[in-house]
Design a protein around this ligand. Sequence first.
Ligand SMILES: Cc1cc2nc3c(=O)[nH]c(=O)nc-3n(C[C@H](O)[C@H](O)[C@H](O)COP(=O)(O)OP(=O)(O)OC[C@H]3O[C@@H](n4cnc5c(N)ncnc54)[C@H](O)[C@@H]3O)c2cc1C
Length: 425
Amino acid sequence: MDGNVIVSDVSRFEEDVLKSSMPVSVYFYSDDCLPCINFSPIYERAAQSLKGEMKFVKVFRSHNRQLAERYSVKSSPTVLFFKDGTEVCTRLSGYITHPDFKSSIEKILGRACGVKNRTVARCDVLIIGAGPAGLTSAIYTARSRLYTIVIDSSLPGGQVASTFHIANYPGTNGVVRGIDLMENMKKQALDFGAQIDDMQRIIEVSMESDEKHVKTDQADYHAKSIIIAAGAQPRKLPADGEADYRGRGVHYCATCDGAMYMDADILVVGGGTSALEEALFLTRYAKTVTIINRSDSFKAARSYIDEAMKNPQISIIYNTIVKKIIGDGFVQGAELENQKTGEVTEIKTEGIFVYIGNEPNSAAFRGLINLSSDGYIITDCNMATNIKGVFAAGDIRDKEVRQITTAVGDGTIAGIMAEKYVNGR
Ligand SMILES: Cc1cc2nc3c(=O)[nH]c(=O)nc-3n(C[C@H](O)[C@H](O)[C@H](O)COP(=O)(O)OP(=O)(O)OC[C@H]3O[C@@H](n4cnc5c(N)ncnc54)[C@H](O)[C@@H]3O)c2cc1C
């Protein structure tokens, strides 16, 4: 037992999982896995709040290889769900967020997981999203002695917490682990007095009047000003079979799942900096990495293009998209379509890593605030939106360059402007 989580292994799996009268969630983890470090607290908290309703089991994957193979678990973290001894629901793997995990649990329990004691909080500034933009805003507003609350639908850290190495953030002596950078930002915000409420699902937002209101599944927040810093998430591959093979060969996070493809032949889909960066990272494990690029050139930083071109493990197929994923439970290949000739060919592959851009997490604000045609929040250069007292910062904002440095820059401006707004300056 580890808190409310049962530590299981091959000898106890039948008793702990297959014969359980309660639904069971089984978390395969590794100790060297960054996304597992991110996901473990989410798992432990779910185990605590659903005690007596659902069992939460964890299995150390590398000590239980046979068990992992029996259930075709290829990466850490992977979460399986069992009911009456049978696997049910779609398994989760890679960078698992709290909303993904919660919605799987709700499916298996057949009800929404609410909170018994809702809280009400009043603050000067409510920041939505605890990535680099939101935490930077919090550092500024809390340091200005404004009562600042940051809410996040998952754990603090944003996209950076699942990025292995950051090599371009100034002042970090070359390379810093994403998780360490974000832990420092979080600590700095907390040290200045900000409150961080994680794992909050937004249900309702109203921002028009002077007092803004955000209702989550756990609390009611009332604020004088709001900074929206909810970031973005990877765009899903628009190919037949994507949903069936997600986590079974189709991946969106090289740091999370790359190590599973030792000596394999894999594909990377995309033509931007992230695609090239991740393709280069994946050559540590894979024998070959084939980049499938929709156009005839890359929209990426020159240094990454040069490095990829020089790498003997990397080859590139231009003007091509992935049309269909082929497999038998796991990815075995893909159908490719040439965008110029229309020719369809098949390629064998064990894994497909997708980096075709991001989608803004702006669904909760649609219809309430001005968005661009692709869903990004429109602001002026002071991060002000069309609603008085509401600012936006970071990747969720309509802009050209989305990096940690630009998120931090936006967060700085939004924090300072929110402070001016609240203090009537
Ligand atoms: C694979 C990959 C590698 C990258 N590598 C680099 C790099 O090397 N250098 C670099 O500078 N940049 C890199 N980036 C880009 C960088 O991560 C982003 O630009 C940066 O994280 C944006 O910060 P943000 O705070 O705007 O958003 P995010 O980091 O996306 O954080 C947003 C936060 O908001 C939360 N959230 C989302 N929706 C809601 C909601 N409805 N309610 C409450 N909270 C919500 C999320 O859980 C998250 O914590 C990389 C990105 C990826 C995907």
